[in-house]
Write a protein that binds this ligand. Structure first.
Ligand code: B12
Length: 494
């Protein structure tokens, strides 16, 4: 049994919802119905499968079934090519769902299949999945001679080289490729994948990924390891060009092969297009420094969250970093930028699933908290403040926050949160600790008590948040020289 078969055997595809979809995807491949195949793949996403999951549990088993049919002579090589082309097309369509970012921030990974290996779906899947995880991917494709691979590796100096092997007959070529990589970049890790990787290499301890669903975890772990666990002692063998006696028999260089090649090229163009769209989107909707959504994205999400009457309660939190100027003045602006990225990381880490942290610019951040009341907002704010204090411990930095429950008017909600933030900032600047007020209570669920309720109960001139935290009262002037605006006493310093 190949490692791939063993891995698939261990995986309970039925209980994870893949088997039926794989069968239907395979049926679509058999009759060359590309539209139906794409529908099935979308269905898999719709039931919550990740793209690597769809690749591993739907597309791959369906293609394996095509192989069995070919073995039984129930289909021809031309049918195999049509199935491959359709799967390439489906993968290119799924690519946009991987959420590939334009600015790959992680290490470089080179992918290739050694000379004589013509199966490319598994390798392409691996490349997509790694790109989706944020790695900088250099995809060399199939049938790559060992010296070309070594040259690319020497140029890229990747952290990891992934090699794919579908035909077990090519083991000598794979060993040559591994030896070439080790010479060109001794610090690079090597990871093998594909159903043709034989025991000989696995027994030597060369790392192996059974599928692309487990790939990111395995790759990340390997890259993290400090010393290279596997150093090949394999002597480069002479490069073998072809695995089987006749390429014609294998359907390589035929009309159908050319057709697959055309579809593959189109799929790559589609990927490139998606990369560009993602790039423009992130330029328009992301903060270029720390990668958080920007003000425009925040506004869009706000509108989406409040579009229907049945929308969840929504709390808006504004956050302002105190002391950034001191950091900039004492340590320089680069350090200041680092601090902003650090705060962005704290925000990402401390919010709940579904919350939406954004950077407004300067030292201002904001978070949309759907389904949260003011007490929940306070708890999140406490976590964030703790996170910021831990991340930057020299005492120069602090965070002021203010929150308001949305009550239908976006402008007012932001104004209320802004007022609360201003009061928090003022109090912080004065070093004032206002006494807690007696009689404060804790909110009991989303939207249980509004800003108005809280303030009405406590009266103007000093009130408390639902969980008893301090709350400033009265009307105040807006920040940043904005003209004085009379607003009801709403919004809480969180
Ligand atoms: C389509 C196909 C072809 C096409 C390939 C077109 C193309 N552009 O890829 C063509 C017609 C060219 C072809 C040719 C041949 N093929 Co062919 N082919 C297949 C078929 C039906 C599907 C391959 C496929 O795309 N599978 C889907 C992928 C996604 O699955 P996968 O490779 O297992 O990938 C998964 C994992 O292994 C892993 N993975 C794979 N690669 C990588 C890489 C990395 C880095 C990582 C981390 C993970 C990883 O992740 C994937 C998903 O989780 C298979 C059947 C099968 N069992 O796969 C036969 C099969 C592989 N072919 C076979 C044979 C014999 C041949 C030929 C000799 C003759 C022929 N005409 O079929 C030639 C040899 C070509 C060569 N020298 O490479 C045999 C191999 C048997 C063996 N063990 O020796 C198979 C198994 C068919 C069979 N049942 O007999 N083939």
């Amino acid at each position: 049994m190949s490692p791939q078969t063993a891995a698939l055997g261990r995986r309970d595809t039925d209980s994870r919802g893949g088997a039926d979809l794989a069968r239907r995807f395979g049926d679509a491949l058999r009759v060359a119905d590309g539209a139906q195949a794409e529908l099935v793949s979308r269905e898999a996403l719709a039931i919550g499968m990740s793209v690597p999951g769809v690749y591993t549990r739907v597309l791959a088993p369906a293609m394996h079934r095509i192989g069995e049919l070919w073995e039984q002579r129930a289909i021809t090589v031309a049918d195999e090519h049509a199935a491959t082309a359709i799967t390439h097309r489906v993968m290119a369509a799924l690519y946009s769902s991987l959420g590939v970012k334009h600015a790959a921030t992680r290490e470089t990974i080179v992918l290739a299949a050694p000379v004589g290996q013509y199966h490319d779906l598994g390798l392409r899947m691996a490349a997509d999945v790694l790109e989706g995880a944020g790695f900088h991917v250099v995809y060399l494709g199939i049938d790559v001679p060992a010296d070309a691979l070594a040259a690319a590796v020497a140029e890229q100096m990747p952290a990891l080289v992934c090699l794919s092997m579908t035909m077990p007959l090519g083991t000598a070529n794979l060993e040559t490729a591994i030896a070439g990589v080790a010479d060109a970049a001794p610090d690079a890790q090597v990871l093998l994948g594909g159903q043709g990787v034989g025991r000989r290499l696995l027994d030597k301890g060369v790392p192996y990924a059974p599928d692309v669903e487990s790939l990111v975890g395995i790759a990340t772990e390997l890259i993290r390891e400090e010393s290279r666990p596997f150093r090949t002692s394999v002597r480069p063998a002479p490069i073998l060009r072809a695995m089987a006696s006749s390429e014609r028999e294998q359907g390589i260089g035929t009309l159908q092969d050319n057709m697959t090649q055309t579809v593959r090229d189109m799929a790559d163009m589609l990927r490139e297009q998606t990369r560009l769209v993602n790039k423009f989107q992130s330029l328009a909707f992301e903060d270029f420094l720390c990668g958080l959504p920007n003000r425009r994205a925040f506004d869009d999400r706000f509108d989406t969250l409040t579009a229907t009457e049945a929308s969840l309660p929504l709390t808006v939190m504004l956050l302002d970093l105190d002391g950034l100027k001191v950091v900039n003045d004492t340590h320089g602006h680069e350090r200041g930028d680092e601090v902003l990225c650090l705060v962005a990381d704290v925000l990402r880490r401390e919010v709940r699933d579904g919350d939406f942290p954004a950077r407004f610019g300067g030292d201002e951040f904001a978070i949309l908290l759907p389904g949260a009341d003011l007490a929940a907002a306070k708890a999140i704010s406490d976590r964030i403040k703790r996170g910021v204090r831990t991340a930057w411990s020299d005492g120069a930095l602090g965070m002021s926050t203010g929150a308001a429950l949305h009550e239908g008017d976006k402008r007012l909600t932001l104004l209320h949160a802004d007022e609360a933030l201003y009061r928090a900032k003022e109090a912080r600047a004065r070093g004032v600790r206002r006494p807690r007020l007696a009689g404060s209570s804790t909110g009991s669920g989303p939207g249980s008590r509004s800003n108005h309720d809280v303030n009405r109960e406590q009266g103007l001139g000093g009130t408390a948040t639902p969980d008893g935290a301090d709350l400033a009262a009265g009307t105040t002037a807006g920040r940043r020289g904005r003209s004085k605006v009379e607003v009801p006493n709403v919004g809480v310093e969180t």
